[in-house]
Design a protein around this ligand. Structure first.
Ligand code: WTA
Length: 628
């Protein structure tokens, strides 16, 4: 085995101009007075009215931040820049998978958002209404989100890779009256028929009155009269601009969005974030972690349909007045150099992506990367799952040429912003996200809630509230308490296990619950099982995650068929396709195994650990609680 250094020390050129050159003093300032720290950063943003209390802890765990402050995140993303040189600066550079290019200055992003907002208002959307957004990675997705924020509507973005049932469930739970979509999305040279999926989902969901359709791919789509409208037709009407650009004044604690994510049991839950605290958190963390500068071109290659996109494609970059790049399609389309070509073409300085994408591109070899001049890169980032040291070193050496620090950011839909992350000035260890962001207090606990010793595995918890934390689960506040604040009273339980080494560096091990990370995407076993269960031949099923070289994890499903149904390979394929149709292609099981029974505890809970061991040919361990 090759000898690798313990620490990768930061590059002098990177630190020379960094916002923070000394992590220790920055951290102690924040830790000595976390509320003062966040307050100081809140003051860098615009508030229509000041708060009278930074943190209100009177109703734990329903914390309030910047209480009674009045602001609007969209105003801070767009309007504030209209009075500065940033008015003419590029906010967004976008490239379609088919080579289309589109750019927005802050001025034009502001203007287009205003149009979008006026159209939503003309459809009767008001403050507090939920709007579902279901699109590919196109600029209109960003506009739609900002337009909702501007008028105080609550957006609920559903990832464009989800399918009929996943979309239906999210529309229905949020009771959206308006849905924004596109005719289709380009993905790997094919068209994802978004509008068709919407039509199917709406046969199951009754709440939607209006569907706004953005034209992207141009194929014929069904338009239901009275319900469906082309966005570009409405945008050409006088109503789109004549109402001016009034921005709703929002209370700091007013909801900004809900985003559905998978939990331990049952249906996905709607995580709710607010205008005030979320704004302060995403602004501050992006500024320091990716050391955002005006001259940067920053590329977060995630999808806006997940939290990474919400916080670090849309809100964080715009709050910082940054220039972002967005790409519509697949990383290896038409060839495995697509990303590297675009980094060279657009002079990208910061690349933030997921380990699965790195591993996926790594398998094509260095030659594809080396064909391109990537010298513009200064910082790299990773998110979504633990990055294995091999992928880390490839990213560092081959992509970053050994001089770009990797910001391995650990966080969650619920946390809103980075929680464990390096800053560019910190020495790095491949596979570790280093330490909690200044102002964030975390720990690792054993079963009884005691902190574990160095290098011992335990439950990762967050000890103190932070501004961008989730406020509630929409329509289900009790679940906030039961899911996150009950296991270790007073502390937020992350659902991850981790260890901390002798240098205080955190190492994430993985989920301790029934959440599976597939290619960095978060899925719940319950969603997959419920999709399988909706097939006429399935009596019962159990889904588990199995480690996979590129995807991190893949799904295996054990299925008990109804009496009289004969197991076959073709039925297994049908079931995979069924899950793909109901939930989405990312949820398709890699393997389906037909069984006669499932290992259960005496209380009837499926023992996934036994199935996992079986699937990997490992020892299932202690079976004393097994019923049969
Ligand atoms: C995992 C994504 C290791 C973790 C932002 C967490 C990570 C879950 C990392 C949240 C990382 C995220 N290293 N694991 N850098 N980042 N995770 O809500 O298990 O989609 O609990 O948010 O992803 O997934 P979510």
């Amino acid at each position: 085995m090759a000898d690798y250094p313990d620490f990768y020390y930061p590059n002098e050129d990177v630190i020379k101009n960094a916002h923070i050159k000394d992590w220790d003093s920055f951290n102690s300032e924040a830790m000595n007075d976390p509320e003062g720290f966040w307050e100081k950063h809140a003051r860098e943003l615009h508030w229509f009215e000041d708060w009278n209390c930074v943190l209100d802890e009177s109703n734990k765990p329903f914390y309030k931040w910047f209480k009674n402050g009045k602001t609007n995140i969209a105003y801070n993303c767009l309007d504030v820049h209209m009075q500065t040189y940033r008015r003419n600066k590029l906010a967004l550079v976008w490239e379609g998978e088919n080579g289309d290019v589109l750019t927005h200055s802050y001025y034009s992003l502001h203007r287009e958002t205003t149009k979008f907002a006026n159209i939503l208002r003309s459809l009767g959307v008001k403050k507090g209404d939920r709007v579902t957004i279901y699109m590919g990675r196109i600029p209109e997705l960003m506009l739609a989100m900002l337009a909702c924020a501007k008028i105080g509507a609550i957006h609920s973005v559903v990832y464009g890779g989800f399918s009929v049932e996943a979309l239906h469930e999210r529309i229905e739970d949020s009771e959206s009256r308006v849905l924004i979509t596109a005719d289709g999305a380009f993905q790997r040279g094919k068209i994802v028929p978004l509008k068709e999926i919407v039509d199917e989902a709406l046969k199951r969901a009754a709440t939607v009155e209006h569907v706004l359709v953005v034209k992207r791919t141009g194929q014929d789509v069904y338009m239901e009269s009275g319900r469906d409208m082309w966005y570009h037709e409405l945008a050409a009407l006088p109503i789109a601009m004549q109402n001016g650009s009034h921005t709703e004044i929002m209370d700091s604690e007013d909801p900004l969005f809900i985003l559905y994510t998978s939990g331990t049991t049952g249906k996905p839950k709607a995580i709710l974030h607010t205008h005030g605290g979320y704004m302060v958190g995403t602004y501050t963390t992006l500024k320091y972690v990716f050391d955002i500068k005006d001259e940067d071109r920053y590329w977060c290659a995630a999808d806006p349909g997940w939290i990474t996109g919400h916080s670090y494609i849309v809100y964080g970059p715009l709050l910082n007045g940054a220039t972002s790049f967005m790409y519509e399609g697949a990383p290896n389309y038409p060839y495995p150099n697509r990303w590297w070509q675009m980094i060279e073409k657009y002079g990208i300085n910061i690349l933030y992506t997921a380990p699965t994408a790195i591993r996926g591109l790594m398998r094509f070899g260095e030659a594809w990367v080396n064909r391109h001049d990537l010298s513009s890169l200064r910082l790299l980032g990773s998110v979504g799952e633990p990055i294995n040291p091999e992928a880390w070193r490839w990213y560092y050496n081959v992509v970053g040429k050994g001089h770009c620090p990797i910001m391995d950011t650990w966080w969650q839909t619920e946390t809103g912003n980075f929680m464990i992350t390096p800053l560019p000035c910190m020495p790095l260890k491949p596979g570790s996200g280093t330490k909690p962001f200044p102002g964030i207090e975390m720990d690792i606990l054993d079963e009884d809630g005691n902190p574990v010793a160095a290098n011992q595995e335990g439950y990762l918890v967050i000890k103190k509230p932070w501004p961008a934390m989730l406020r509630t689960i929409y329509k289900d506040p009790d679940r906030l308490v039961s899911q996150y604040f009950s296991r270790f009273p007073g502390y937020y339980m992350t659902g991850d296990s981790a260890r901390r080494d002798e240098d205080g560096y955190y190492w994430i091990i993985g989920r301790v619950d029934d959440v599976i990370k597939v290619s960095g995407y978060r899925l719940g076993t319950a969603e997959i099982e419920s999709a399988l269960g909706s097939h006429r031949d399935v009596a019962e099923s159990a889904a588990i995650g199995i480690p996979h070289e590129i995807k991190g994890n893949v799904i295996y499903a054990y299925v008990i068929l109804n009496n009289g149904v004969v197991a076959s390979d073709s039925l297994a394929e049908q079931l995979k396709a069924h899950v793909g149709y109901e939930v989405g292609p990312i949820a398709k099981p890699e393997k389906i195994e037909f069984v006669d029974s499932l290992p259960k505890t005496r209380s009837g809970k499926i023992m996934r650990r036994v199935l996992k061991a079986k699937a990997q040919g490992l020892d299932p361990g202690n079976l004393s609680t097994l019923e049969d």
